[in-house]
Ligand binder design. Structure first.
Ligand code: LLP
Length: 464
């Protein structure tokens, strides 16, 4: 059966935004005489100069999106601070760009904290989140005097107080509450349900906050919440922040100190042209639910700032006609961008040569070379004929793209380039084979490998 005879696949293909709609929705992409460009740098030029697969980020899109969020909060009259969730993309150049805009950081590991500091973010502007911070991580965060540590359990609170007291310091903490609110997103990135590992049940919040205030190494400063990621409706935010407001009231009524509310991140982006809340609408919900409390507001967006600002540039290795399907095989794979394999995520795929946009479209599966059927970027996608050497851009890959890469199948990590206007610069070298294997060792009992002996059964022989 031809894929075109399959109504479900045909319908799926026709519900997709067309190439021009995808372009129109992304102001940092442009069509130039030399094809698709990020800002004013044609992607063909980047592919020729730096090879593929390569991540390409628009500096203008990142700063513009950060400013749009900051302005929306300001215009709503909120005293709010943006702590960029570095897990979305921890490239030094991106964190530095955001630090220069005034962003603080939300970090979840020692590594992220060190990158933030290196990028020029002051320790007081760092929130340290995460459900399983190690003793060592807590100790170094305290030694660095980070501004806020979000505590996720009674057990962690005790551990942190012990460490801080032993160091003779006090940890400024926010208690992360699990509101048991369904964020309506993919199950793997929902974090605010009772069944999730995150946070403290709201019923325990006041007792634990009271206990925190009594501990020698702890200064409670507020409450935190994060309900999930790629949230595309405001209703779950309204429910969660309503609960946050009520809890803040109870903390105050108990005579306990509170100065801030950390509202998490999660604001979704339109991967497939879906309706998502605007920054102004999100700010209005913050204002409506929390605005009257006289408390500082912290938000921790990651994806919304950097997601649309990045693409993954890939080259077609070959096009293969299978029995029932056409496969476009790229030189990028699930080890580079895992979101489609892991979450069934939809990413736009744009050929960078506009002539291809005018060609006849038919369904194709866009896949990588990794030896798993799950190494699939798109199924039944309406695409033109795309032969060897054609270059495509996988859109909205700026968040949870390169940070989730691995070297599976011994594929080195891709290069990364940042564009600003008419110039581009490599912000991460393509990983060399040597760098990928650095740290590999043989156990002593295997000894150094000898060259294999000649003959049909050549096997390496350990030297004694
Ligand atoms: N704050 C906390 C406590 C978080 O756990 C997260 C994300 C954020 C902020 C930032 O959320 P954002 O604004 O970026 O949605 N790998 C998944 C997303 C995992 C999100 C984990 N936590 C994906 O590719 O969709």
């Amino acid at each position: 059966m031809s894929p075109l005879d399959d109504p479900a696949r045909e319908a799926a293909a026709s519900a997709e935004p067309g190439f021009r709609a995808m372009l129109a929705a992304r102001p940092h992409l442009a069509l130039t005489e030399d094809g698709l460009a990020v800002e004013a740098v044609p992607l063909a030029r980047i592919a020729a100069a730096h090879g593929t697969p390569t991540w390409v980020y628009s500096a203008a899109a990142i700063t513009h999106r950060y400013r749009a969020l900051a302005d929306a909060l300001g215009e709503a009259g909120l005293e709010a601070r943006i702590h960029y969730a570095m897990k979305a993309n921890d490239a030094e150049a991106i964190v530095t760009l955001l630090a220069r805009q005034g962003a603080g950081a939300d970090v979840v590991s020692e590594g992220e904290r060190r990158i933030a500091r290196h990028a020029g973010i002051a320790a007081r502007d760092i929130v340290f989140s995460g459900v399983g911070k190690s003793e060592g991580e807590l100790r170094s965060a305290l030694a660095d005097q980070v501004g806020q540590i979000n505590v996720e359990s009674a057990e962690e609170l005790g551990m942190l107080s012990g460490i801080a007291s032993a160091m003779g310091v006090k940890a400024r903490i926010a208690l992360r509450i699990n509101p048991d609110v369904d964020a309506g997103t993919h199950a793997k990135i929902t974090t605010g349900l009772a069944e999730n590992k995150f946070g403290i049940p709201s019923a325990d919040a006041i007792a634990l906050y009271t206990h925190a205030a009594s501990l020698p190494g702890i200064v409670p400063v507020g409450l935190a919440m994060h309900i999930g990621s790629q949230v595309t409706s405001l209703a779950p935010y309204r429910a969660a922040y309503g609960l946050l407001a009520a809890l803040a009231g109870e903390v105050r009524a108990a005579g306990l100190p509170i100065t801030l509310l950390d509202c998490g991140g999660g604001l979704g982006i339109p991967y497939r042209g879906e309706e998502v809340p605007s920054p102004a609408a999100f700010a209005a919900v913050l204002k409506e639910t929390l605005g009257g409390l006289g408390l500082k507001i912290v938000i921790e967006p990651g994806r919304w700032i950097v997601g649309p600002a990045g693409i993954l540039l890939a080259r077609v290795v070959l096009q293969k006609q299978g029995e029932a399907r056409r496969f476009v095989i790229l030189d990028a794979a699930m080890n580079d961008l895992i979101r489609p394999s892991l979450y069934g995520a939809w990413h736009g795929i744009l050929p960078i040569t506009p002539a291809r946009w005018r060609a006849a479209l038919s369904p194709a599966d866009v896949v990588g070379p990794v030896c798993e059927s799950g190494d699939t970027f798109a199924t039944g996608r309406a695409l033109p004929d795309l032969g060897h050497g054609e270059i495509v851009a996988l859109l909205d890959a700026g968040a949870y793209g390169s940070v989730m890469s691995s070297t599976y199948n011994a594929r080195p990590l891709a290069a990364a380039v940042m564009v600003s206007g008419t110039v581009d610069a490599v912000i991460r070298d393509r990983q060399s084979f040597e760098a990928m294997r650095a740290g590999e060792r043989l156990p002593p009992w295997l000894g150094p490998l000898l060259p294999p002996p000649a003959g049909p059964l050549a096997v390496p022989v350990p030297r004694r």
